[in-house]
Design a protein. Structure first.
Length: 122
């Protein structure tokens, strides 16, 4: 779970802004951005049809995650962590970039503590 968390959080922090589509937050944004969970889905398994669905809401998202990360188990704890990362991203998607970054980092730190994970050094 640490590796998934690190890739997702580091991806958003390095990107510097949220991933927004025409209908709000998205796994793949209009400008090539990705949300936290979107960084864990390979392009070959991504489908625009579920771009705005929650990680809990559509089994196709879980299937894409499993296909993209075959060495990881996507049990309830991992799904919970990913859902919280998605919320940390989506809750401040409309905020200015600096505020978004600050709030996303805070959310990621809280999630790291809850799941016994370490924040990436980015």
């Amino acid at each position: 779970m640490q590796e998934l968390f690190t890739r997702a959080v580091a991806g958003v922090i390095k990107q510097g802004r949220p991933s927004m589509g025409p209908n709000g937050c998205a796994y793949r944004g209009c400008d090539g951005t990705k949300c936290a969970v979107g960084f864990l889905i390979d392009d070959e398994y991504f489908d625009q049809d579920w771009n705005h669905e929650g990680v809990y809401d559509d089994p196709r998202v879980t299937e894409a995650l499993m296909q993209s990360n075959p060495n990881h188990h996507f049990g309830s704890q991992t799904q919970n962590m990913l859902g919280q990362l998605q919320s940390a991203h989506d809750n401040f998607g409309d905020a200015p970039p600096d505020f978004f970054q600050n709030m996303f980092r805070r959310g990621a730190q809280r999630i790291a503590q809850e799941f016994g994970l370490e924040m990436p050094n980015v």
